[in-house]
Design a protein around this ligand. Structure first.
Ligand code: TYD
Length: 230
């Protein structure tokens, strides 16, 4: 996490698409579907996630999701999410973008704004952490998969092995507040964000996601570097 602290990342040819939403919104399924579609078009694509995506960030993820930093308070958790993100951006996302790759990321800065923001961490602190962690790398498109909290939590309960993680186990009112916070970001940054109704079946959601990518990033989809030999 060094370069992004001192210098903005330079020119890039790829695109960063982030997927956001509450628990059980279906982000992993939809990222896999979009990756398959882009791959089938010969577009170089990488899938990644937050917190995580690099060995160091995955180590921080284990601590955070096990609740190991909960007693430090939400501001300190935000610091850890930002530290993991700085490493992820420096080592994986920025190089991939420079290389002409489409990066599909499961959660990114909006999750910090929403989860740590609704937990009471002041917005100016979150904005400062974001600047440090990103080093100038910002999402080209953010897909917000929207489901009522009760629907998402029921989906998560159905697949949970080993019980809820640090955030899944929070009261439903907090999950609903997070949903509203994601929708508020979408309204405030409509040029970057597209809200997709994620209560529909997976095929319909995948089609809506694809329409958003095609409409918002047409030149990128057309000009993305083809996989060698594709
Ligand atoms: P994960 O298992 O990836 O959840 P999901 O499948 O819902 O994406 O766990 C990530 C959890 O960490 C999730 O509850 C959201 C939370 N989180 C934050 O609180 N702040 C952040 O900046 C990020 C990236 C995630």
């Amino acid at each position: 996490m060094t370069a992004s602290l001192s210098s903005p990342h330079g020119s890039r040819r790829g695109r960063l698409v982030t997927f956001e939403g509450g628990e059980g919104a279906g982000k992993s399924t939809q990222i896999a579907r979009l990756a398959d579609r882009l791959d089938g078009m010969g577009v170089r694509v990488v899938r990644t996630r937050e917190p995580g995506g690099t060995p160091g960030a995955e180590a921080v993820r284990r601590v955070l999701l096990a609740g190991g930093a909960r007693s430090f308070g939400s501001a300190a958790e935000a610091l850890l999410f930002a530290a993991a993100r700085a490493d992820h951006v420096d080592r994986l996302i920025a190089p991939a973008l420079c290389d002409g790759t489409f990066v599909l990321c499961d959660r990114f800065t909006d999750s910090t704004r929403v989860y740590q923001g609704t937990a009471g961490v002041p917005a100016p602190l979150l904005a400062a952490l974001e600047r440090i962690a990103l080093g100038g790398v910002t999402p080209d498109l953010t897909i917000i998969l929207d489901v009522p909290a009760a629907v998402g939590l029921a989906r998560v309960a159905g697949r949970a092995a080993g019980g809820p993680d640090r955030f899944e186990g929070d009261p439903i009112e907090e999950h609903e507040a997070r949903r509203q916070a994601f929708l508020a970001i979408a309204r405030a940054e409509a040029g970057r964000c597209v809200v997709v109704d994620a209560t529909a079946d997976a095929n319909a959601v995948a089609d809506a996601v694809w329409r958003a990518v095609r409409d918002r990033l047409p030149e990128a989809a057309a000009a993305a570097t083809p996989v060698a030999g594709a």
